[in-house]
Design a protein around this ligand. Structure first.
Ligand SMILES: CC(C)(COP(=O)(O)OP(=O)(O)OC[C@H]1O[C@@H](n2cnc3c(N)ncnc32)[C@H](O)[C@@H]1OP(=O)(O)O)[C@@H](O)C(=O)NCCC(=O)NCCS
Length: 148
């Protein structure tokens, strides 16, 4: 797997749009905490984090349709979790309409939207881009030194 940090906006937007995920709010500044797989102009997978102190929104997880069910999705989530942990993030949050079971298998638990920290509520994804019917999930990252 060719995993790299900081993919370009064009290829990220293309993969997200093809995967039915919102990309309208993304700017180049977001991409510092994004990871991708594949070639820089032809991504096979992407995942991103919006980090605010010790919490972060995990977002924009997509794997190209012809590359699914090979473990890429799990690898991307694991990379985002390692990165978040290395920056001192303790709690990850996400919204999903399509992948609740996928994230459940990775240790994410259903959570009440009302319990979301202010920094998560302030993200555009939380505030409006994702439908109100989306599942809201969270995962506490294990304490201790960052995993390798
Ligand atoms: C969700 C997604 C990223 C998973 O990517 P992937 O590379 O296929 O994931 P993996 O290969 O790591 O899948 C691991 C397991 O989860 C399963 N799985 C994949 N998508 C799933 C889903 N939406 N719901 C339940 N299980 C799912 C796979 O079948 C696989 O199980 P298996 O190992 O028993 O076959 C991909 O299906 C996708 O891009 N979907 C469209 C965009 C999307 O919904 N993103 C999530 C928004 S937050």
């Amino acid at each position: 797997m060719n995993l790299f940090r900081g993919p370009a906006l064009g290829p990220v937007s293309k993969l997200l749009t093809e995967s039915g995920l919102p990309a309208a709010d993304l700017s180049p500044a977001h991409l510092e905490h994004f990871f991708a797989t594949g070639a820089p102009e032809q991504l096979t997978g992407v995942v991103g984090l919006e980090i605010s102190g010790d919490v972060a929104l995990l977002r924009s997880l997509a794997v190209a349709a012809d590359c699914r069910s090979q473990g890429l999705g799990q690898e991307l989530v694991a990379a985002a979790e390692r990165h978040a942990h290395s920056l001192g993030v303790k709690e990850l949050y996400l919204l999903t309409t399509t992948a609740q079971h996928f994230f459940g298998r990775l240790g994410y638990r259903d959570s009440a939207r009302a319990s979301a920290p202010a920094a998560i509520r302030a993200t555009r994804e939380f505030a409006g881009l994702c439908p109100a019917s989306s599942a809201f999930m969270n995962k506490t990252l294990s304490p201790g030194p960052p995993r390798r």
